[in-house]
Design a protein around this ligand. Sequence first.
Ligand SMILES: [Zn+2]
Length: 480
Amino acid sequence: MEYEVSVGMECHAELLTNSKMFCGCENAFGGDANTRTCPVCLGLPGSLPVFNKAAVEHVIRTALALNCEISMHTIFHRKNYFYPDLPKGYQISQYGQTPIGINGYLEIETPEGAIKKIHITRVHLEEDTGKSIHIDGLGYSVMDYNRSGVPLMEIVTEFPPDVQSGEEAAQYAENLRSVLLYLGVSDGRMEQGSLRVEPNPSVRPEGSEKYGVKTELKNLNSFRAVRLGVEYEAARHVEVLESGGVIVQGTYGWNDEKGETFLQRPKEFEQEYRYFPEPDLIPIDFDEDYIERLRVTIPELPLAKKRRLMEQYGLPSSDAALLAQDQASAAYFEKAAKSAGDPRAVANWMSGDLTRLANAANTPVYATPITAENLRELVTLIEKGTITGKIAKSLIEDMFTTGKTASALVAEKGLKVTGADEALSIVQKVIAANPDVVAKIKAGNEKSAGFLVGQIMKEAKGQARPDDVNRLLKEELDKL
Ligand SMILES: [Zn+2]
């Protein structure tokens, strides 16, 4: 029997704001435990929440970028449950019909290059919880409330799910992260938990109307883990069903080393959260002007940028995707490629030598001492034939360490390409100096020509164009 895979996607993103969602405490990662807390985020009696406007705007802009309708009237709810990381005994969240964003979609690109819409049912605003910390040998857990009350955005895909494989789940997560980075609403650090991707895979026999039992995957801290986790879970579901078993609904973790999922917590009952409207916060009403003012701040988004780079500069899909991952890299490329003859050469230098140098210095390509203008000049010098690619390769190292332009270094070092006339006299000189090698070539040993090319390049100090050398050598040998 063939099975179809369906994956609901729930993503949480901590929002980039100066202060927390409902109090003035600093919103930052890490730090000494419980140093960024106050009566509001500790849930002390009598304390009252106050909205963080920046967080509301981040969610509206994300909802707009995800093609959502905006609820012009939005309210907050209490989600009641008891857990030590939730000192108030409830989480302020948005429930039901009035989350800030509804009915949107995010486009992803399938491996075949087609566009697929992943429908999104809601984008809402809530607050993060504190963290329980388990220390081996302590015998009890300790709490850190620095994260308590940090603004959190939840993005949930529509049911029935559009995502149908681990690959698509990873694509969705990757593209969503890029959108959040473009908007500047989240730092998207999966390894620090500021972006949490939770796929809910299920399988059903092909053609079946009824969806299978889903399991929830948590603690996936890379896109690779998202893809492998979903693939593993889907295969496990099929195996269980084929052997006549049932899928245990629950939360599953991912063991990256073993490459397998493990049951964290079975779902024993449907939790009753007793949602009700938050009495300490007034409803928010947006007006059209306000939403439109935010709409114009939405930049060109990653997938649109990628496709434009391919079209406008003739880049292959992989190069364009790499550049479109962040706005700064794409802007650097466009600045460098603007008047260069071949934009693909600029992309190649960026993904090759420049990335190698940047990685070694642990800095992004666009922040290295080689400015976009300097890279453009280097590429132009090669295109004009002023320097060879080989010289450029050594120049880029010097440009990186000194911050100087290619032309300044060319002048400083007295570098220039050996002209065809000069190359011809070197070719003739080398032929004259190696009669035995020439004799071998003439006797049919073509490989010996490589030795002569090496001698010529050495004589020209690597500054002769390889095309010239090969052509001239052949012409001179043919004359003999
Ligand atoms: Zn606080």
